[in-house]
Write a protein that binds this ligand. Structure first.
Ligand SMILES: Nc1ncnc2c1ncn2[C@@H]1O[C@H](COP(=O)(O)OP(=O)(O)OP(=O)(O)O)[C@@H](O)[C@H]1O
Ligand SMILES: O=c1[nH]c(=O)c2[nH+]cn([C@@H]3O[C@H](COP(=O)(O)O)[C@@H](O)[C@H]3O)c2[nH]1
Ligand SMILES: NC(=O)CC[C@H](N)C(=O)O
Ligand SMILES: [Mg+2]
Length: 524
């Protein structure tokens, strides 16, 4: 963003925690604009943003480890409030003259998961929220601990495993929490972060999705200039919101491209086309690329290989379409933060790859087009809110997510047209029953999976030997964690009966009872 338009902000310094984006999210929820900078770029970001406060994130690294990350010294001399979370607390203590010792040296195990702390002294961070003597649930995830705090600090809360559960230097307005206030398992965490950004840093809390929209429109204009943009449109929430936002920014410079890769759900292509054309006057190209995708997938069984092939082939299609519109230099996608964090580490640091989302980790190394991804730091429910802000009809905003690689990652083993057709039928029945039961909106995502396993059955006194269909339904807010949807047994038996009766090729149906973690939502 250019300097002239910078709102009051918080700078979040990322040391590589898996949950750094949740800090940004809590700050947004408190109505304050923030930006995340990897610790290596924090100094530059500080000069550019001129933030009113700083939050230091957690990290998989340990402060006592050689070469572990440090915060730029000037942050501590800027005269603005700082909140250090976990590693952030430890690194701040270390850099300001305290001491941090690794778990193996203190001989005490760390604290992982739920913990309780006791407030021992009032401080501005707790104002209006926590009082002296109270016990509160928090969520911890640390092995190391601060064993001596830096001059100027005092202890304001303790827990069994961390005598320095919260430390404060009220004069400098520096605070450190050993626990993670950004995760939902710290029930008052959001309020604590809101207290920090509003009460301690003095920010008004008037940053809204409307402001986000304005900022992004401006950024898109700056990035694209008078260039042309191709937007990969799937009909899903993310790409629809991205397309409308980009259209607002650059109007006719935008062309949307919907790729039919043969891995779509029953009648999806027609539905998306009608839905989009009925509501929007944005040029839409529908590409029939079924042969290209199906041929390329033939013989491939490894989930990552499927994802990489699909990611690359999407780009081939987009590049070909870019030429047809007279050369587009930009490719827009509805990439969200969970796509990013699961595929790669935000800082390029040590967090691990879970799966390569086709639009991030599945992208080919060399691309001719520059990416425009205005939703890259948002979570799904925030995108929905932005969609409402942009006036998107409910039928777009409320749609269950559907992954770009489509049915390919719901057919473990080799993907063939025949198996896609079988799965399409089963999936349609399942969703039909869910809609009829009035459960669609209560479920975050529901779908069928076709397993590469054949079992024996008996139908009409005949022996059958056919595939197993798995059903999945989850509740979630952001796709990062998910719970199993607890259907009534009678609902599931009804769906199973219909699938086995109506879909040739399936003779057994099972329900997936795995939450995320330890499972992921998709099977591949
Ligand atoms: N069939 C498709 N044709 C064109 N682009 C696609 C297609 N499928 C996915 N994409 C691109 O990949 C991006 C990521 O897909 P993803 O499924 O995460 O988002 P979405 O489809 O827009 O929304 P949702 O998560 O609700 O399904 C999309 O935003 C879109 O840009
Ligand atoms: O566009 C996408 N491209 C992908 O490659 C991809 N993989 C998973 N998903 C969707 O992301 C959410 C989380 O899924 P997982 O728990 O399986 O990682 C769920 O909503 C998944 O459907 C994808 N979306
Ligand atoms: N979550 C964290 O920031 C952990 C910090 C450090 N790795 C520890 O174990 O204490
Ligand atoms: Mg999708």
């Amino acid at each position: 963003m250019d300097d002239a338009h910078l709102p009051d902000s918080i700078l979040i310094v990322d040391f590589g925690s898996q949950v750094t984006q949740l800090i940004a999210r809590r700050v947004r929820e408190a109505g304050v604009y923030s930006e995340i900078a990897p610790f290596t770029q924090a100094e530059e970001a500080f000069h550019r943003l001129k933030p009113k406060g700083i939050i230091l994130s957690g990290s998989p690294a340990g402060v006592p480890d050689e070469g572990s990350p440090r915060a730029p010294e000037l942050l501590f001399e800027a005269g603005i409030p700082i909140l250090g979370i976990c590693y952030g607390q430890q690194v701040m203590s270390h850099q300001l003259g305290g001491e941090v010792r690794p778990g193996h040296e203190t001989g005490e195990g760390g604290e992982f998961g739920r913990a309780f702390l006791t407030v021992t002294k009032q401080c501005a961070l707790f104002d209006g929220l926590w009082k002296e003597g109270e016990r509160h649930q928090v969520w911890m995830s640390h092995g190391d601990k601060v064993t001596k705090f830096a001059p100027g600090f005092e202890i304001v809360a303790i827990s069994d495993g961390a005598p320095f559960a919260v430390i404060a230097d009220e004069k400098r307005k520096f605070y450190g929490t050993q626990f993670h206030p950004e995760v939902v398992h710290t029930p008052d965490g959001g309020k604590l972060i809101a207290n920090f950004v509003r009460h301690v840093c003095g920010l008004a809390g008037d940053w809204t999705m409307a402001a986000y929209r304005e900022t992004k429109v401006r950024e898109i204009r700056e990035q694209v200039g008078d260039g042309k943009v191709i937007c990969g449109l799937s009909g899903g929430v993310d790409s629809s919101v991205a397309a409308i936002l980009i259209h607002e920014a650059i109007g006719e410079q935008l062309t949307c491209v919907f790729v039919d890769h043969g891995l779509l759900r029953l009648n999806e292509r027609e539905q998306v086309e009608t839905m989009f054309r009925d509501h929007y006057n944005i040029p839409l190209v529908v590409v029939d690329a079924e042969d290209m995708f199906m041929e390329g997938l033939s013989g491939t069984t490894d989930p990552e290989a499927k994802r990489k092939f699909i990611g690359k082939t999407f780009i081939d299609v987009f590049e070909a379409e870019a030429k047809k519109v007279g050369g587009a230099d930009f490719l827009a996608q509805g990439t969200l933060y969970p796509d990013v964090i699961e595929s790669v580490s935000f800082t390029g640091g040590p967090s691990v790859t879970i799966k390569s989302h086709h639009n991030v980790g599945g992208l080919p190394e060399r691309m001719n087009m520059q990416l425009v991804e205005p939703l890259r730091e948002l979570f799904k429910d925030e995108v929905r809110e932005l969609g409402r802000e942009l006036g998107l009809p409910d039928m777009f905003v409320g749609r269950h997510p559907f992954p770009g690689p489509g049915l390919a990652i719901r057919i473990p083993g080799e993907v063939t047209k025949e198996r896609c057709d079988i799965l399409r039928k089963a999936d349609a029945i399942y969703l039909d029953e869910i809609r009829k039961a009035g459960l669609y909106d209560a479920i975050w995502q529901a779908f069928a999976v076709l397993l590469p396993v054949k079992t024996v059955g008996v139908m009409g006194d005949h022996r059958t030997y056919d595939s197993v269909c798995g059903l999945r339904a989850v509740t979630s807010t952001d796709g990062m964690t998910a719970d199993v949807y607890p259907f009534d047994a009678s609902f599931l038996t009804g769906v199973a009966t219909r699938i086995v009766n109506e879909v040739q090729g399936i003779n057994r149906v099972v329900y997936d009872y795995t939450s995320k973690p330890p499972g992921t939502i998709e099977w591949e």
